[in-house]
Design a protein. Structure first.
Length: 180
């Protein structure tokens, strides 16, 4: 499955830890705001980079099958907008914590806390994304991330994430793909 995690920036460390747990279980995390890959997760409204961050977040939501909303953490409310986008895209929305407004009552699944969410996710089957990437590497003999992504109809960053996971599992080495 492909997850987007949204929450207030006060819980950035918890979100990044959740992302690691999801990736470790074989899932893809499309959200990048919490990872530091896009810089400081907390930008002020006057920061000109904030608009680009919002566009990147929307792209990341579009790639996800499921949006995880973690509530009760203050902030400016971007997670509410992100949940609305997910509903509009007909994505599943999973709520962790208590509902903060009427639209949270529409969540497809509700969990009392992150541990309950992880317990549920660990019982789910993992998409065959790892097997697809591994099969393509074996079939093609490797290649650049861009070539692998095109062959798999995936984003290069998603292929990279899966390759890193496969390296950690000892199923491939960095020699099996290269960055171009």
């Amino acid at each position: 499955m492909k997850f987007y995690i949204c929450s207030g920036t006060s819980l950035v460390a918890q979100c990044e830890a959740l992302a690691g747990e999801l990736q470790g279980a074989g899932h893809v995390v499309t959200s990048r705001w919490h990872s530091g890959l896009l810089g400081n997760p907390r930008l002020e409204l006057a920061d000109p980079a904030l608009k680009d961050r919002a566009v990147n977040d929307l792209r990341d939501i579009y790639k996800a099958n499921i949006l995880i909303v973690i509530t009760k953490n203050g902030g400016r409310g971007g997670r509410h907008f992100e949940a609305g986008v997910a509903y509009a895209l007909n994505r599943q929305v999973w709520l962790v914590g208590e509902p903060e407004h009427a639209f949270h009552l529409l969540a497809d699944r509700r969990f009392t806390n992150v541990n309950a969410l992880l317990s549920y996710i660990k019982r789910l089957p993992v998409d065959s994304i790892e097997q697809k990437v591994l099969a393509e590497i074996r079939k093609s003999g490797g290649g650049t991330l861009t070539e692998l992504a095109a062959a798999l109809d995936m984003e290069p960053l998603d292929v990279y994430d899966v390759c890193v996971l496969l390296i950690h599992k000892g199923q491939i080495t960095k020699k099996d793909f290269y960055e171009a």
